[in-house]
Design a protein around this ligand. Structure first.
Ligand code: ZN
Length: 246
């Protein structure tokens, strides 16, 4: 999970809300308005630079779903979470719905499918309020995501909250661990192959980070936080250079 910096509400959603200001509209009503739905989806994906707000798998307009952090069923006539822009995130579709994921087990839901209608309390970290994703670390043997105890303490986030978030969103299902491990192996191989012993390891990490992350104007690679973690100090130098926040 990485933090999400949201842009302002798309004008299509704003118009929709104004048009139906006297009616109680549900998300299902918005979904049947193609123009509004498309604007919401594409703004979310662009804000999140093409990665799922929970697991960081790559998402596209046709392979994502709009997640309501506070479930729609909590909406009332007074507080409508269905149409609240600040309550929306783009997340991956349930396993099996993504064409290139077909060889992976389909019976291990994660992200929104795992969270289901759970009403978040403070234990579930919200990507919109997360100041940094450095509170997570990874196990290079199997791709498991774990809380970083020291970083959690520094960020003032109880380690139990990070653990609860990983558990609730099932960020350690085999399918995700296997894909994270592939990314860890790929970057590790790149570091080994390009290290001729003549330069500083941090410079090489920074160079690889700049190739993977770019200048922040385009989509990020899947498992951004994992790549960032492997590239360590070099990644932090690059991210500081491009004024990355989070
Ligand atoms: Zn996901």
């Amino acid at each position: 999970m990485k933090n999400v910096l949201k842009s302002s509400e798309p004008k299509e959603l704003n118009n929709y809300k104004e048009r139906y200001s006297t009616q109680f509209k549900k998300w299902n009503n918005v979904k049947s308005n193609r123009g509004t739905l498309t604007a919401i989806r594409s703004t979310l994906i662009s804000d999140q630079k093409g990665i799922c707000a929970y697991c960081e798998m790559a998402i596209h307009e046709k392979s994502c779903s709009v997640e309501h952090f506070i479930p729609c069923e909590q909406s009332t006539h007074k507080v409508n979470y269905d149409l609240d822009w600040q309550n929306m995130l783009a997340i991956c579709l349930p396993p099996g719905a993504i064409a290139n994921d077909l060889e992976l087990p389909h019976n291990s839901p994660c992200c929104g499918k795992a969270k289901d209608n759970f009403v978040p309390d403070e234990r579930l970290l919200n990507p919109l309020n997360l100041t940094t994703s450095l509170i997570f670390r990874f196990r290079s043997e199997d791709g498991e995501i774990l809380p970083d105890e020291i970083a959690c303490k520094q960020a003032g986030i109880p380690i139990e909250y990070a653990e609860f978030t990983i558990e609730t969103l099932r960020l350690n299902v085999q399918r995700l661990k296997a894909q994270r491990l592939a990314v860890i192996d790929e970057i590790t191989r790149e570091l080994d192959e390009r290290d001729d012993g003549s330069g500083s390891p941090t410079l090489l990490e920074q160079q690889i980070a700049s190739e993977h992350f770019g200048n922040g104007g385009k989509n990020y690679p899947r498992f951004f936080t994992t790549v960032r973690w492997i590239l360590g100090e070099g990644a932090e130098y690059h991210l500081a250079n491009i004024s990355y926040l989070g």
